[in-house]
Design a protein around this ligand. Structure first.
Ligand code: SF4
Ligand code: SF4
Length: 343
């Protein structure tokens, strides 16, 4: 037993360091202390129940630049660089060898079809028996001849396990182009029509901004889907996912341990209860795991390079693999906004 400067016995430092702080520090700013909110309340955390979906960020470069892109993708943003097929294969190996039980590998960007290894990553994923989901804008990168031909090949071999989720911000040309740039609606329709004609499994991801409610949104998308004869069940929330407005600058309250009961929300409904995302920072030697698709840039949310390390991440933003909800997006998009990408 150690003795402190007053001659009192104390636990060895290593044990003390591992214990969570028992009282709040004086905190002036929100979302700064991992354990305590600015009001001195215990911060909520979410543990991983099962790694159902492993998300892969294929890189932040995108062929367009949308007004409300939460990850700020653009034709010049390469803060997350293209991940390679061999880097992804190592995670698939780990899932298989450790019998982690992950069923789905999901790809997001940026625009995934800009990554030169995208088809190889998809093929490897599907070949090993996983389900694959790709989030895409269905525009020029997907519409290249060699990509379309490779997609048709994958469809023929693995079609029942392969889904594309296309972002269509609004069902009208005017409002979609307001978000995504002039001409983007028509270009997306060309891509979706091609996918639909070739019988790919499709979902749509839209938004409920412009003061529309969910019912209006579903009706508007329903009319468009019907007129284009796309194979999408508009009333199925997994086939038409409507995300709420995501104003990244809006001030939000912090989430405490009491919020779950107060709001009647279950921690296991958060994306970070069932998924992790692999990212590769520009210039980094190895990819890293982060808790979810929403928190991609903050280095203090890195959980380690392997799934095993991530499961044991401790200290700072983590507590034995659980994620402390110390980011404005946790409140804004997940607990209060209902905007988890995990639907
Ligand atoms: S298409 Fe998607 S990734 Fe690209 S800028 Fe728009 S929202 Fe971001
Ligand atoms: S942003 Fe959402 S999914 Fe990500 S860590 Fe926070 S609560 Fe979890």
């Amino acid at each position: 037993m150690d003795v402190n400067q007053n001659g009192e016995q104390r636990a060895p430092m290593s044990k003390l360091e591992n214990q969570p702080p028992q009282s709040p520090p004086v905190t002036l700013e929100k979302f700064t202390d991992p354990d305590w909110t600015a009001k001195g309340e215990k911060r909520a955390s979410v543990s991983l129940d099962a790694l159902e979906t492993l998300w892969i960020n294929t890189g932040t470069l995108c062929n367009i630049e949308c007004v409300n892109c939460y990850i700020e993708s653009s034709p010049t943003n390469d803060r997350l660089s293209y991940i390679s097929a061999s880097e992804i294969a190592a995670y698939l190996d780990e899932i298989e060898q450790q019998k982690i039980g992950t069923r789905e590998i999901a790809f997001t960007g940026g625009e995934p079809f800009m990554n030169p290894d995208m088809i190889a990553m998809l093929e490897e994923t599907l070949k090993r028996g996983f389900k694959a989901l790709v989030l895409t804008n269905a525009m020029k990168p997907l519409q290249r001849k060699k990509i379309k031909s490779a997609l048709l090949d994958l469809l023929e071999r693995f079609g029942d396990r392969f889904t594309l989720r296309i972002s269509l911000d609004h069902y009208t040309r005017e409002l979609h182009d307001q978000e995504r740039g002039e001409g983007s609606f028509d270009k997306a329709l060309v891509g979706i029509d091609w996918l639909s004609l070739n019988h790919f499994h499709l979902n749509l991801a839209g938004r409920t901004i412009w003061n529309e409610d969910e019912e209006q949104g579903r009706k508007g998308y329903g009319d468009l889907v019907k007129s284009r004869q796309w194979p999408i069940e508009i009333d199925d929330p997994r086939q038409l996912i409507l995300f709420p407005e995501m104003d990244a600058k809006k001030d939000v309250p912090e989430i405490t341990t009491k919020c779950w009961d107060l709001l009647s929300i279950r921690p296991d409904s958060m994306m970070c209860a069932s998924s992790r995302m692999v990212i590769k920072r520009r210039g980094a030697k190895t990819p890293q795991l982060v808790p979810c698709t929403l928190i991609a840039y903050e280095e203090n949310f890195e959980m380690g390079a392997t799934l095993k390390e991530a499961a044991r991440a401790d200290g700072g933003m983590f507590d034995d693999g659980a994620v402390k909800l110390c980011h404005p997006y946790c409140a804004k998009f997940c607990v209060l906004g209902g905007g988890s990408c995990s639907v």
